[in-house]
Write a protein that binds this ligand. Structure first.
Ligand SMILES: Cc1ncc(COP(=O)(O)O)c(C=O)c1O
Length: 496
């Protein structure tokens, strides 16, 4: 696709068509992007009814991933919305992991369906959500025997993997599809040392954000579907609803490029990843104060998780003199290492097959040095404060993690169904005045984008305390209004 786009940009064919820049951007910044940016012109196929070059990319992706595949250029978000809409009709029930990404909740709201929540296990030592157990799914299936689909997030943002095979069996015994949001696990099928992919374990729809862990451009993703439980016509219809009618050829060429890289170099890239990763893990095992989840994930197998993705480095500073935020700041200001996010007591680094030995070494070296300087239960030596003052690094609220059960389990109590709440009139109230009121909207911190409260849940005192503490710390909270002062609840505005 990229070659074809280059050829087109060098040809003598004059563009009497969109995009408006007409590929005449020489001398402007980003000129090379404009040169290959086109619309559905002759020979370039159409994402919404692929028959040529785009179909070819999808077929190659199918061979790699092992199931029928659709390209997504609106991220996994579009895939999740389409998957939920395709499997759930108005008034029907889906079993939904409560730690799902906001797009899953939006999918339920848009389809007019109803959710019954599956609660993941809790990893106390790390303050993290673990997996959703098959027992939890079984319990909810007996409670909601009419459920029409199940949606799980596996792996989670933190790399926690559920027992997808067992949960797929439970779903299939009842003749309903299992959707797995494997947005963070697109690399699983590349090597047996990663956890097995949900596609190979029998999930009916699997969604991959290839941009998260594979060499692909942001916004690119794939949806895979297999088996007989999902109506392909409905799925294709909803993909065309939720995806733009003007898909970017740069993004689609990027998907093609990613597939080519994997076809040609997956084994080699995985081999070097696991070699460098092994050295890193060995070094992490020698830390005296901090802990890295991937080095002890085996201890949690069967006690909260089924497996863990070694690419997600959860580095815990719990019990030391620094917080997760301070560790995040220190890694950036002193070592130039930008973490994916910080939690209360930990930071998360994402390492992929595209990382370099230098990247692993720098991270390992920095953590080893910080660890040496840390003494549990003693005061931090002061380096951190100095670094902070010198570099003025303040933590970007986008990178604070609020995906710990202690927070999200404090979600409001369900009062009515989400669809019923969304049909009511809404009004804004001060957060302080919200306890006891029913939420009309979603409130979440991004990342990870897991709603603290959804429409139909009551604002409890704990939720309000959490929101106020976020506000105090200056976080950008999505779903609040008036400078994070107000939330949406069910009711009539006084002056309405
Ligand atoms: C678990 C999970 N699912 C889905 C998504 C949405 O993915 P995308 O950004 O590709 O739309 C995210 C995004 O962070 C996520 O963390």
């Amino acid at each position: 696709m990229y070659e074809k786009l280059l050829c087109n940009s060098r040809s003598d064919v004059y563009p009497c068509h969109m995009p408006g820049h007409k590929r005449k951007m020489a001398g402007f910044p980003m000129e090379s992007c404009y040169g290959i940016d086109i619309t559905e012109i002759d020979g370039f196929d159409n994402l919404h009814c692929p028959q040529g070059i785009l179909l070819d990319i999808m077929r190659r992706a199918e061979r790699l991933f092992g199931a029928e595949t659709y390209m997504l250029i609106n991220g996994s978000t579009a895939g999740i919305l389409s998957a939920v809409s395709a499997t759930l009709r108005r008034g029907e029930r889906i079993l939904l992991a409560r730690n799902s990404h906001k797009s899953a909740f939006h999918g339920v709201a848009l389809s007019g369906g109803r959710a019954a929540y599956l609660y993941p296990q809790y990893l106390q030592d790390y303050g993290l959500c673990g997996a959703v157990s098959p027992q939890e799914v079984e319990r909810k299936l007996s409670e909601y025997p009419q459920a029409k689909a199940i949606l799980l997030t596996s792996p989670t943002y933190d790399g926690m993997v559920s027992d997808v095979a067992a949960i797929a069996s439970l779903a299939h015994e009842r003749g309903i599809p299992l959707i797995v949001d494997e947005a963070h696990g697109a690399h699983f099928m590349l090597d047996q040392r990663f956890p097995p992919s949900a596609v190979s374990l029998g999930a009916d729809i699997v969604i991959h954000s290839i941009h998260k862990t594979l060499p692909a451009l942001t916004q690119t993703a794939l949806l895979h579907v297999q088996g007989k439980l999902v109506d392909r016509k409905r799925l294709q219809y909803f993909l065309s609803v939720y995806q733009t009618s003007s898909p970017s050829y740069i993004l689609m060429a990027g998907i093609g490029q990613c597939i080519s890289i994997l076809e040609q170099r997956a084994a080699e890239l995985c081999e070097r990843f696991f070699q460098w990763n092994q050295t890193f893990e060995r070094q992490m095992k020698t830390l005296a104060c901090m802990r890295v989840f991937s080095t002890e994930a085996d201890r949690y197998k069967g006690r909260g998780i089924f497996a863990h993705d070694t690419g997600k480095k959860i580095i815990s500073a719990a019990g030391t003199a620094i917080t997760g935020k301070e560790l995040y700041d220190l890694l950036l200001s002193r070592y130039g290492l930008q973490m994916e996010m910080a939690g209360q007591d930990y930071v998360t680094a994402i390492m992929t097959i595209m990382d370099t030995q230098e990247g692993f070494d720098r991270l390992g070296g920095a953590l080893a040095q910080i660890d040496r300087e840390l003494r549990p239960a003693t005061e931090w030596t002061g380096h951190l404060r100095t670094d902070k003052r010198n570099h003025g690094q303040s933590l970007d609220s986008r990178h604070i993690d609020h995906n710990d059960s202690a927070v999200w389990l404090r979600t409001g109590q369900p009062a009515c169904e989400m669809d019923a709440a969304l049909e009511q009139r809404w009004k804004s109230v001060l957060v302080e005045e919200s306890p006891g009121k029913i939420s009309a909207g979603f409130v979440h911190i991004y990342p990870p984008g897991i709603p603290l409260i959804v429409p139909g849940e009551i604002f409890t005192k704990e939720v309000v305390t959490t929101l106020l503490s976020y506000k105090k710390q200056g976080f950008m909270i999505e779903g609040m209004q008036d400078n994070n002062n107000k939330v949406c609840v069910i009711g009539e505005e006084k002056d309405a």
